[in-house]
Design a protein around this ligand. Sequence first.
Ligand code: ARG
Length: 265
Amino acid sequence: MLIRAALAVGVLVLASAGTAPAVAEGPRHLIVGGTLASTSEAPWAIALLNKDSADPSGQWCGAVLVRPNKVITAAHCMTQALATYTAVQGRAELLDDSAGQTSAISASWIHPGYNRKNYRNDFAVLTLARPLTGVPTIRLETNLKADRKGVVPTVYGWGDTQDTGPEDTFQKAAVPDLGDAVCLGIKQYAGGGYAASNNVCAGYLAGGIDSCQGDSGGPLVLNGRLLGTVSWGKGCAEQGFPGVYAEIAPVATTLQARINDAQVR
Ligand code: ARG
């Protein structure tokens, strides 16, 4: 699914992860192995564009609408000046300026526990200059037990497809929750900062289907609630390395306080 902004930002998740990820070895569908999604099935999915993006479309990261004027994204996406970001809703093809609505970002809050070395607490809450009224928002998952092996959430985004699909096009993939033990059992992930209390381990050990660069901050959804947001991984869709997502439930109270805060700050 998703790969690109991070290249521009120089985001490197695992120092030892090496350089360019190998192309997915799994089946070639769309997104790294995803399928086309419509913005009406996921109206709360937001594309976060940036003027400094290497991509002509501006594609940078994903985000999620949680209130008409608030989105959640990844803290590691917020490396540029606030004025360089634009939130876009309802635009499946990012190069199609005629579709959807946009807003500038008027304020940002980064989780105080965010650790840029290991991406712990990889959350930011952004305030939109222009509220997106009439767009359904998504509720945060508050149940700590929602992240469990066997459930199958869906991830959405406009990020890199590693040539498995069209670029800058909204895509989705079902990614099974593998349970924390699987990611903790991967040496680079345990060493890279994977935390059972803060992350969701989801995807396929066989490789082929995954979120990727440019999807960061975008939604991982289960039963209509926001279970997590795209955070990191070794490459994308590589065999033996599933996606690591920032888990919402443990920080839901903290995030909700920022979301409910009408003040722009
Ligand atoms: N850090 C990436 C970004 O900035 C997201 C990487 C997700 N990787 C993965 N294998 N699921 O967009």
